[in-house]
Design a protein around this ligand. Structure first.
Ligand code: SF4
Length: 465
């Protein structure tokens, strides 16, 4: 079957495009036919017969998305687990519905009937919104609370699916010291801005890349710089997180450095506990490295450890994923972030023949089994987001034991808190009622080294009315 979408003008209506994108993931993205006076959908079957549906001029963008979704589902036989919910943050809609006075049952009904979401997805979005509500309420009552993000854009190797700002630490060896030097200057400048604006630091999050790809000595110096600028004497601080990321980059000395400056949460991210898959996706560590990293982190006193895992990795079946869940269960982390593989344009996987090894139906059962096994152990979902190009059109969800939430992750997803971001690729966000302004740091390490003054100005301008 071939599908066509006729639309006036050069570009299809944004909301119509969003609804059609859902079917791109199901393998049925229609061909666009511009310069038509009206909008229509046309299916041409293999025997040459066709059916054309005209798309009414609906005033509400949500109704337009819904209409196109339902017609496309009828034409193709494909339905998305999230129905016609197209945004990155399904919880935002739930929060809006709850704020409008709907009861949880009414929200469930709206998500499943108007948005056509499946019952498990509607329940997931609702439970997540309920679990994060205390954090959103606290922020609403004190908008001067902020988060700080600091990025180290280096990794031991590049993962096949990576679309982040990450550079091989081996290839960039000469840039590491100049980068850390400029980052220290950016920290000092940002700390001064925090003081001038009377902001309260609630969380500090070190991400990347892989921050622990720095050697022990540089990592220790970097952590002391972070502490001197943002941690020491920060009375509102309730989270200091470090993405320790690759298990093979974690050493006893780095754990001691983190411990000495008060890091409260680390992430050890195996992604999978299957060595064949780890080799295939270009990570230079083994499942055994993850076990060792957990052991030394526990011995160093870390009591809040997150692990990231991925559903839908190339070549994995439900049995392989179940093995990962079993192994993670033995490690007893306090939170588990379950990603669905997303194949983005910048990822090597996009152009790799191993892309053929991805399977959407299998990914759905992995997502469902992660939910049931984690919730059975007392974990609850507390933040989530969706991305374009996710296998099977699922989502990323963080589950944690009660009291082990990461406020930084909640606020960055819900966009209700000002975040000051440092380092290459950092995106600072000024948030006030009805206003979100962003300031972008350059992505490439080379440019970061030459354009730091310009980025400092941009960050300060965020606070100018
Ligand atoms: S560890 Fe993360 S940032 Fe580094 S290459 Fe892999 S996906 Fe990219």
């Amino acid at each position: 079957m071939k599908l066509f979408f006729g639309h006036p003008g050069d570009q299809p209506d944004y909301h119509a495009y969003e609804a059609l994108q859902i079917f791109g993931l199901g393998g049925n993205m229609p061909e666009f036919v511009p310069e038509e006076a009206t909008m229509w959908l046309r299916a041409v079957y293999d025997d040459g017969c066709g059916v054309t549906v005209s798309v009414p001029d609906l005033r509400s963008s949500k109704e337009l998305e819904r209409f196109i979704y339902l017609k496309m589902a009828e034409l193709t036989g494909y339905s998305s687990p999230w129905g016609c919910l197209t945004g990155v943050r399904p919880t935002k809609i739930v929060n809006q519905l709850l704020a409008a006075g709907m009861s949880p049952d009414e929200v469930m009904s709206e998500l499943t009937t108007f948005y056509c979401a499946s019952v498990p997805k509607a329940r997931l979005a609702l439970d997540t919104a309920i679990n994060q509500k205390p954090f959103l309420d606290r922020q609403a009552s004190d908008p001067s609370r902020i988060g700080i993000y600091i990025g180290i854009p280096f990794c031991p190797t590049r993962c096949l699916y990576c679309s982040f700002t990450s550079n091989s630490i081996e290839k960039y060896r000469k840039s590491v010291d100049p980068y850390l030097e400029l980052l220290r200057a950016e920290m000092e400048d940002t700390a001064a801005l925090v003081r001038e604006q009377g902001l309260k630091i609630e969380s500090v999050y070190i991400g990347g890349g892989t921050p622990t790809s720095l050697d022990d000595e540089r990592f220790d110096r970097f952590m002391r710089d972070v502490a001197a600028n943002f941690i020491d004497g920060a009375p509102y601080l309730c989270e200091f997180s470090v993405e320790a990321g690759r298990p093979d980059s974690i050493t006893a000395l780095k754990l001691a450095s983190m411990s000495s400056v008060g890091v409260s949460r680390i992430s050890i991210n195996p992604q999978t506990m299957n060595d064949d898959t780890l080799r295939l996706i270009g990570r230079r560590h083994t499942a055994e490295d993850t076990l060792r990293a957990f052991e030394i982190a526990r011995a160093a006193g870390f009591e809040n450890i997150n692990t990231d895992i991925i559903c839908g990795l190339p070549g994995e079946d439900t049995e392989a994923f179940s093995h990962t869940l079993d192994e993670i269960g033995h490690l007893s982390p306090e939170s588990v972030t379950v990603h669905t593989l997303s194949v983005k344009r910048a990822a090597d996987l996009k152009r790799d023949e191993r892309r053929e090894m991805l399977s959407a139906p299998v990914t759905g059962s992995m997502v469902a089994s992660a939910f049931s096994r984690l919730t059975a152990r007392g974990f609850r979902p507390y933040y989530m987001y969706r991305q374009k190009n996710m296998v099977g059109n699922h989502e990323n969800v963080a589950y944690c034991l009660p009291g082990r939430e990461s406020p930084y992750n909640i606020h960055i997803m819900e966009e209700d808190q000002t975040i000051l971001a440092l380092g290459a690729g950092g995106v600072s966000k000024f948030v006030a009622p009805g206003v979100i302004r962003r300031a972008f740091n350059v992505k490439s390490v080379e440019e970061y080294l030459s354009r730091s003054a310009e980025m400092a100005v941009r960050k300060r301008e965020l606070f100018k009315k």
